[in-house]
Every structure is written in C-alpha cells, then in structure tokens.
Design a protein. Structure first.
Length: 227
C-alpha cells in the first residue's frame, strides 16, 4: 500500500493541497504543548514549488522557480532569496540540511517517497481502515531506529496521503508532529508564472540569516529561549 502511494505520487506532475499541522513540544517541567498551523502547497515536478504556512507565530510563504528560492515573512514584510538551482528533491534536502527550515511533510513531496520513508524501518503494522476528513483510508504504523510513524492512505485509484504522524521515541512523553492533508488535487495544469515571486508593496529584501520566526517552532520555544 505504501509503495502504491509512492508510485502514484511520483507519477503526478502537478499536485496541490491544503494542510493542517500540529507540533508537540515538551517543556522542562514535562508539560506537553501543541503548536498548530495551516497552509497550502503547490508542486510542479521537477523544479517548481510554492508553499504557505500560517501559525500563531509566523505567516510565511516559500516560492521556488527552479533557480531561486524565496522566503517571505509576511508579518515583517521582508523576504530573502538564495540561488538554489535544481529539482524539488534537491531543494527539500537543502532546506532541511543547509538552512534548517524543513518543508511541512517534506518526505511526501519527494520523487522516491517509499525509499525515503522505509529507511531504517524495522517493524510494520497494518491497522486496517480509518476515516480522515470523510475519506476512508488504509492505516499503517511503522517503527524505525529513532522514530515511530503512522500514515493514512486514501483508498481507491488515488492513494494520496491523508495524514502523516511522526513520534519522537527518544524524548520523554513522545512528542509528535502531524500533518493532515485536504483538498487534494493532482494532474491540474500549472504555469511558470504560478511560481514566480512578486514582492509585496514595501517589502524589504534581507539576508536569509536575518529572517526571524518563520519556523513552526518559534525562537522563544527553543531550548534556553525566553518566556
């Protein structure tokens, strides 16, 4: 079922969807907090991408035209651009490893979802059916070296991911990150102009290191952060 989902996703040239995320944080006194955000994603393989995310601490847009990556902090009306020629797969790796700004549910956007997700998996459970947003799904659970994760895959001829949950097993109370997908569309036409960045009126261009609070985890929630 996971391989069928991976093959289906890889075959889609154009994908768009809306999403809701929940990021759990465990405080030093063992209280579990939940940070919520929502957004939209548009993907045109192999090298076009646009995503928005709005949460309690950030309102962000990310645009990639195959050559330049733009990160826009809407609340600050400031943006940064970096040269990043390549594919969406390469962009996802660079955002995670170089800029430490991972894309929500990035594993699900890659062209080799199955290989990426199955890395270090040592146990798999088929938990039958579940219903996400009114869509009946196949529910699978996996154990890997450092995390447990679950995925709900839409049944039928369009096996897209409806929900993806990652649990950190090495941290007390097992905080989770989850993304739930809705309004899934695939195969729709996309134009290059859809992925061209247009700076808002009065927006200031700054260095990428100067962009603040554009992650799902705001700076004051980081270890050692202020109250």
């Amino acid at each position: 079922m996971l391989k069928a989902m991976s093959d289906y996703l890889a075959a889609q040239k154009n994908i768009s969807f809306e999403y809701d995320t929940n990021l759990e944080v465990v405080t030093k006194d063992h209280q579990k907090l939940l940070l919520a955000s929502s957004g939209e994603v548009d993907l045109s393989r192999p090298d076009k991408f646009r995503a928005t995310r709005k949460g309690g601490f950030a309102n962000v847009e990310m645009v990639f035209d195959g050559k330049v990556l733009t990160l826009l902090g809407k609340d600050a009306n400031a943006y940064a651009q970096v040269d990043a020629p390549g594919t969406v797969d390469q962009l996802v790796d660079a955002l995670r490893d170089k800029y430490h700004k991972p894309v929500p549910g990035a594993d699900l956007l890659l062209s080799n979802v199955y290989d990426e997700l199955m890395h270090d998996v040592k146990n798999v459970k088929d938990l039958g059916s579940g219903v996400i947003g009114g869509t009946e799904c196949d529910h699978l659970a996996f154990r890997a070296k450092d995390v447990d994760w679950q995925i709900w895959i839409a049944q039928g001829e369009h096996p897209y991911p409806c929900r993806y949950v990652i649990t950190s097993i090495g941290i007390a109370q097992g905080p989770q990150y989850s993304i739930q997908i809705s309004d899934w569309e695939a195969g729709t036409d996309a134009k290059a102009d859809d992925f061209a960045f247009k700076a808002p009126a009065g927006a200031k261009k700054i260095d990428v290191k100067e962009l603040r609070d554009i992650d799902e985890l705001p700076s004051h929630f980081a270890p050692g952060g202020g109250k």
